[in-house]
Write a protein that binds this ligand. Structure first.
Ligand code: F6P
Length: 343
């Protein structure tokens, strides 16, 4: 059994734990694993590297991905799909494991449906917005990075009696903002799933101030929409291969509005790619390892067109088709619980 493996889309901590789990499991069953570099780009261009239990044993705690990644969409140019299929044949692959988010796994699903390619998916994103899995690895590390940042920002906010607006990633889902906001005791949390109520937010912040709290923390997800008319706040005009805009800047907008409406000095911080950097948490190392082992087993058992997933504490496999295409947005129950603290 010769297995190709790639990591596509935005990188995140835990990717190397998955790679290590796949390589070890495939080798334990007499197979061989080949890394395709930089996501689907490597599958198109035939850029590869040999992976062995020995040369992947010590990557568990390493952030990022040893294979590199990109937001390459082979379906943007039919020639690229052809080249990808040629690479698969030339390398003599029997299967391909794609580790990625909605976009990367969407391609894996299409290749399985359109070309009967033996693909298996492994869910990855700090945004935690992939369906059919309770949580994606990378998310735990990411919210811990945000909480640590907010614990630091609280001290300077308190010293200067300011409100600090913290902008998190998360694209169109509010998981990072909501869970890190709850974990850091934020005074207000803004997510894409709920229209922003500026009046209520400013009223709560003013009440806190009048009740003697000298500072405030507001966590806003990059995909939060301040006014339907304005729509999403973007950094620039860039659009990636999958049609995604570059979100960013809503934190500044919210900070300006708070200062104007409350008269309280306000600053903003955009955490950006810090949320994707560095070593994976223990939780993401274990989850990544279990998902990698499970993906390796699916290939050995010749179960294709499937994605490994976490449901409760069990690692299961689901149809790739069910996992892609429908975003897993923030469960309103989280926001309802968080909102107990905005009263
Ligand atoms: O999907 C992960 C993510 O980090 C999003 O939270 C964010 O909007 C986007 O990727 C940033 O993409 P890039 O790394 O291409 O700027």
């Amino acid at each position: 059994m010769k297995v190709g493996i790639l990591t596509g889309g935005g990188d995140c901590p835990g990717l190397n734990a998955v790679i290590r789990g796949v390589v070890r499991t495939v080798a334990n069953n007499g197979g061989q694993t080949v890394g395709l570099l930089r996501g689907w780009r490597g599958a198109i261009d035939g850029d590869t590297t040999d992976l062995t239990p020995e040369n992947t044993d010590e990557i568990l705690s390493k952030g990022g991905t040893i294979l590199g990644s990109s937001r390459t969409n082979p379906y943007k140019n039919p020639e690229d799909v052809k080249k990808l299929l040629e690479t698969y044949a030339r390398l003599g692959l029997n299967a391909l494991i794609a580790i990625g988010g909605d976009d990367t796994l969407g391609v894996a699903n299409r290749l399985y449906n359109d070309h009967k390619l033996n693909t298996v998916g492994c869910p990855k994103t700090i945004d935690n917005d992939l369906s059919c899995t309770d949580v994606t690895f990378g998310f735990d590390t990411s919210i811990n990075i945000v909480v640590e940042a907010i614990d630091r920002l609280r001290t300077t906010a308190e010293s200067h009696r300011r409100i600090m607006v913290v902008e998190t990633m998360g694209r169109h889902a509010g998981w990072i903002a909501c869970e890190s906001g709850m974990a850091s005791g934020a005074d207000y949390i803004l997510v894409p799933e709920e229209p922003v109520n500026l009046e209520h937010m400013c009223q709560v912040l003013k009440q806190r101030r009048e009740a003697g709290k000298p500072y405030g923390i507001v966590v806003v997800s990059e995909g939060a929409v301040v006014a339907q008319s304005e729509g999403l706040v973007t950094q620039n005009a860039r659009v990636d291969d999958f049609g995604h805009v570059s979100l960013g800047g809503v934190g500044q907008l919210i900070a300006d509005i708070i200062e104007k409406k409350t008269g309280i000095e306000t600053r903003f911080v955009v955490l950006g790619h810090l949320q994707r950097g560095g070593a994976p948490s223990a939780y993401d190392r274990v989850l990544g390892t279990r998902l990698g082992v499970a993906a390796g087993r699916l290939v050995i058992e010749k179960k294709f067109g499937r994605m490994v997933a976490l449901q409760g504490t069990k690692v299961v496999d689901v149809a790739l088709a069910d996992a892609v295409g429908k975003l897993k947005t923030l469960d309103p129950e989280f926001l309802r619980d968080a909102a107990e603290f905005f009263k």
